[in-house]
Design a protein around this ligand. Structure first.
Ligand code: GDP
Length: 325
């Protein structure tokens, strides 16, 4: 029988890759998009015609309930969140409402409608925050350091409470940075891949960067959404840390990207203090052993392959179709 999945946050990077994965598995895919952001459906490209979009305000419990009652989704993926972490300092309450409020409303809906719907909550490695041990696993204490991380942690616990108290099949993936050609250029990976492509094509001459020593556990978004799906197919709902387990510096990222286009990065990259951050953590790296053992999940795309995918995409994009890059 055809399964139905409902995705909140379908027009983001992960929404795209998850839709692609679920459609390839024969799912019927439904997406929730706030009415004022309906135009963002174009971000789904060719997939837009294959998914069903509901223009629903994520703060409207009744509207959410109506969709769930009508369509009886087998799986709900809550990916709705502001994507750029530093922005949460400008709007902590709005962040809390979007992140925690949406999770709470969706979980309440599943409980009230009384379905067997399985629920995935997109948790974040940001919840670990000020870590005193590396790598992190499912038993590492949470010490969030910004409003986004605190909101994600609240949503995470709300999901756990619904599982414990009401017996819902609810899980969460604690995901480390995951990137792709669909990443917004406000993130360092895409900023660098676009700059390498643009400099190669003679469209720009210099790349201004922040901290080149900053390190991240960067994975490929397509690999990470596979983990989300696997969690909802498991026998028991649990939490899983999802990352590559490997740290790379921003310097390595820049070198790899410029290498892809045959240029020496040191001739083009300058540090501009405007991009330095006051509050950096360097030790966020996943121990994804539980996901490997219990879900059989492992990243398929290496750091170098990821950077290459992004740079090649941006080269092609800048050469053919500037508007859609
Ligand atoms: P996030 O901070 O993990 O959500 O992801 P980002 O991609 O925004 O940043 C990753 C790391 O790259 C951080 O440690 C930044 O300080 C560092 N970084 C260095 N230069 C830049 C830059 O020019 N832009 C951004 N966004 N990050 C930079």
């Amino acid at each position: 029988m055809t399964k139905t999945a409902l995705i909140a946050g379908i027009t983001g990077q992960d929404g795209y890759y998850l839709s692609e994965l679920l459609l390839s598995k024969g799912y019927r895919v439904l997406g929730l998009v706030p009415p004022e952001r309906q135009s963002s459906v174009v971000k789904l490209g060719a997939l837009a015609n294959q998914v069903e979009i509901y223009a629903v305000d994520l703060t409207d419990s009744e509207a959410l309930k109506e969709v769930v009652e009508q369509r009886h989704p087998d799986e709900i993926y809550n990916l709705a969140a502001p994507s750029f972490v530093p922005d949460s300092w400008n709007d902590p309450l709005g962040t809390l409402d979007l992140v925690t409020g949406t999770a709470t409303r969706l979980l309440a809906t599943v409980r009230e409608v009384g379905l067997e719907t399985r629920f995935y909550q997109a948790s974040s490695s940001e919840m670990f925050g000020q870590v005193d041990r590396s790598p992190q696993d499912e038993n590492t204490p949470f010490r969030p350091k910004n409003p986004y991380a605190a909101a994600k942690l609240h949503a995470h616990w709300t999901m756990v409470h619904h599982r414990q108290r009401y017996g819902l099949f609810a899980c969460s993936g604690i995901l480390y940075n995951h990137e792709s050609p669909r990443r917004s250029p406000s993130f360092v990976t895409r900023k660098v891949s676009m700059a390498a492509a643009s400099i190669k094509l003679g469209l720009s001459e210099v790349l201004e960067m922040g901290n080149l020593d900053a390190k991240r556990d960067w994975g490929y978004a397509s690999d990470h959404v596979e983990a989300m799906w696997r969690m909802l197919q498991a026998d028991v709902p649990e939490e899983y840390v999802i990352g590559t387990g490997k740290l790379h510096t921003v310097r390595e990222l820049v070198a790899a990207a410029f290498d892809c286009v045959g240029l020496d990065w040191q001739r083009y990259v300058v540090v501009n203090p405007k991009f330095l951050r006051a509050d950096e953590h360097f030790q966020l790296v996943a121990d994804p052993l539980k996901a490997k053992r219990q879900l059989g999940w492992e990243p398929q795309v290496s750091f170098e392959q990821l950077v290459e995918k992004m740079v090649l995409h941006d080269l092609e994009c800048l050469q053919t179709n500037l508007q859609n890059c």
